[in-house]
Design a protein around this ligand. Structure first.
Ligand code: 5GP
Length: 250
């Protein structure tokens, strides 16, 4: 079912943002498209939009219950949610608990090494530039946010990591790493935005030892492992097993 919406405001790789009836709210549609390697690889997966929307709604509600300010307001339909309008800060904030992915391609840090304390990196969100990793000096030079806001984002991101880690732990899932995006609302408040799903997190199944079989996230698509939707569905199923249905807008 498609909720009533206004004009298209933004078309992303995995989501579309539409105007809603209210100035300070927008509607997010989660698409079935999956992209990797800066959109060089693209495929559609039936039901991916719904699964990621539902997972994100559950996780945003869990974080909200723990006092983490985020843009989520309610679900509007299977693959649609209502969120607070924010100005997205063009940064990707990546937290890593276990070394893999670009960290191991770009440094001598060994695959599978535990990262304690976790690593937090800022990347500049720009597809054409390939989302480059930023040094502290470059981040400061870009003047995208004040020092105070940067510290606030780091504080929220580390707290999200702790909350997600302990939530996933109970589901026999390992949170390997993830990417967050932040925005600023009309009141100037920093809010966690975008989505939290197997598209943006690496999640391993603790019940499986095999290093490929245990992958329950977009790496299944990136590495052509197959079973993408089964894996995403397994994450949703385990979350639904411990939390109540996300609220639906009236
Ligand atoms: P890596 O830097 O190893 O490629 O990614 C680290 C983590 O951030 C992974 O969980 C990955 O899914 C997420 N991530 C980093 N950049 C992006 C991005 O541009 N889009 C999405 N969906 N996830 C990203």
């Amino acid at each position: 079912m498609k909720p009533k919406h206004g004009q298209l405001l933004y078309q992303g790789k995995a989501k579309r943002i539409f105007q809603s009836d209210f100035d300070d709210q927008v509607l997010v549609e989660f698409k079935n498209d999956a992209t990797a390697f800066n959109a060089l690889k693209h495929q559609e997966f039936e039901d991916k939009g719904r699964i990621n929307c539902q997972i994100s709604a559950h996780l945003f509600e869990m974080l909200e219950s723990q006092g983490v300010p985020n843009h989520y307001l309610s679900l509007a339909a299977d693959c649609w949610m209502v969120v607070e309008r924010v100005r997205i800060i063009p940064l990707e904030v990546v937290i890593r608990n276990i070394a893999t992915g670009s960290l191991c391609r770009e440094t001598p840090i060994k695959q599978g090494d535990e990262l304690l304390p976790p690593l937090l990196d800022f990347y500049y969100k720009d597809d054409q530039m390939g989302d480059p990793l930023l040094s502290e000096a470059r981040l400061e030079k870009l003047e995208l946010l004040s020092e105070k806001d940067r510290l606030e984002i780091e504080r929220i991101a580390f707290r999200v990591n702790l909350l997600l880690q302990s939530f996933f732990e109970k589901l026999d899932l390992t949170l390997v790493d993830f990417k967050l995006e932040f925005g600023i609302n009309n009141q100037g408040q920093i809010l966690l935005a975008d989505e939290i799903s197997p598209d943006t997190c690496r999640i391993w199944d603790k019940r499986i030892r095999d290093s490929k079989e245990r992958i329950l996230d977009k790496d299944r698509f990136r590495q052509d492992l197959g079973g993408v939707i089964n894996a995403y569905g397994e994450v949703l199923k385990r979350i639904q097993g411990v939390s109540s249905t996300p609220r639906i807008c009236s």
